[in-house]
Design a protein around this ligand. Structure first.
Ligand SMILES: Nc1ncnc2c1ncn2[C@@H]1O[C@H](COP(=O)(O)OP(=O)(O)OP(=O)(O)O)[C@@H](O)[C@H]1O
Ligand SMILES: [Mg+2]
Length: 353
């Protein structure tokens, strides 16, 4: 093949044959190809993905190379630099925050906080700028889960306004009521008090620029949920459930709440936690202690994806209790499950309008 045939136009034409599988449009139309240069056989460009947590990173990159080699020249030497610009809307009261993502459940103790902490860590691991707001004012978990108990945040004056500086752990900026008041004091607030306290915690924190702000909610449907839906402009809600019928029934109620008029926030999908038990000495075995298929059935009923199935394993609990979320071990099976969750959440957000 003639090496002179490699032109800027021909390369762009080839790349316009490659689709983003989620956005269902070609990469050129989506403005995902930047800085294209052609020098003899050398073709180089930047591929700008919609999220650093894109699970299809390698597949899209390979599709670009294949398109150029088959449609332009088999001799082409293609050099692709992959970066990301997270999509999202940064209006509302959180300036600089592109995607507020809430983690909810109907029933208590199903693993919301565990999912929120590990999702945040996994998104940060993928290269995103991530914050984590512990909105469970009745029973904050994040000081423990990030090994930050007893810490008090610094206050920084910003144009005459005092703002709290979140703690940064494992690449995640964390804020919790647990840093501000003694643990036993937080639980007594109700109604307008709790709404006001949550808004202060959220909006008086100096989050900086964030691709994702993960919000860990208390169980059920109460003042905190209404405040979130009405004040935070969440881009999406993740519903956590365990597979047993009682948890599913409550998860259904929580989902229904976010679909009420005036409280609307899109449900991104379902996470089935404690989906199955893997005995440490028999890693090939799966025991469906709480039943099987519940998360999938709920997702189908709600018309949303099942974002992940997280196994029940001791390391998930010890990770929480020792302040080292299991998602830090990205290659372990349970760490990988949270990595997959992060990718799926990022994709679900990237395809929203
Ligand atoms: N996949 C899992 N494997 C093992 N233990 C888990 C798993 N998920 C959660 N846990 C443990 O279950 C307990 C409850 O989890 P967590 O605090 O995340 O639930 P929650 O839904 O946030 O509870 P609450 O409703 O009280 O806020 C914790 O001790 C946690 O470590
Ligand atoms: Mg919790």
């Amino acid at each position: 093949m003639n090496m002179n045939s490699i032109t800027h136009t021909a390369v762009l034409a080839a790349l316009s044959q490659v689709q983003d599988p989620d956005l269902k449009k070609d990469l050129v139309t989506l403005n995902m190809i930047r800085n294209l240069t052609v020098d003899g056989r050398k073709v180089s460009f930047t591929l700008v993905l919609t999220t650093p947590a894109c699970p299809l990173k390698d597949a899209i990159k390979n599709a670009c190379v294949t398109a150029i080699k088959t449609l332009v020249s088999a001799d082409a030497e293609v050099d692709v630099v992959v970066t990301a610009e997270t999509r999202g809307a940064s209006d509302g009261r959180f300036t600089g925050v592109k995607n507020v993502v809430a983690v909810a459940s109907g029933k208590g103790g199903v693993g919301k906080s565990t999912v929120a902490a590990n999702l945040a860590v996994a998104l940060a691991h993928a290269g995103a700028q991530v914050g984590l707001l512990d909105a469970d004012l009745y029973g904050p978990s994040m000081p423990l889960m990030f090994n930050l108990r007893g810490q008090q945040p610094l206050i920084r004056s910003d144009n005459g306004k005092d703002r709290m500086v979140p703690f940064t752990r494992y690449g995640v900026r964390v804020m919790s009521i647990g840093f501000l008041v003694p643990e036993e004091q937080a639980v007594v607030w109700r109604g307008p008090m709790i709404s006001k306290a949550l808004q202060q915690l959220a909006f008086d924190t100096d989050w900086g620029t964030l691709d994702y702000l993960v919000v860990d909610l208390p169980p059920g449907t109460g003042d905190i949920h209404i405040t979130l839906a009405q004040q935070f402009q969440p881009r999406g809600v993740i519903v956590v459930t365990t597979p047993q019928p009682v948890a599913l029934a409550d998860a259904r109620k929580a989902a229904a709440m976010f679909r009420m008029p005036g409280v609307t926030a899109p449900i991104l999908g379902v996470v089935e936690n404690m989906a199955y038990f893997v005995p440490p000495d028999m890693p090939e075995k799966k025991y469906h202690i709480f039943g099987a298929g519940g998360g999938k059935a709920l997702a189908e009923e709600l018309g949303v994806p099942l974002l992940a199935q997280i196994p029940m394993v001791e390391t998930v609990r010890t990770g929480g209790d020792t302040g080292k979320p299991v998602a830090l071990a990205a290659k372990s099976p349970e760490g990988a499950a949270f990595g997959e969750l992060a990718g799926n959440v990022a994709r679900a957000l990237a395809v929203l309008d």
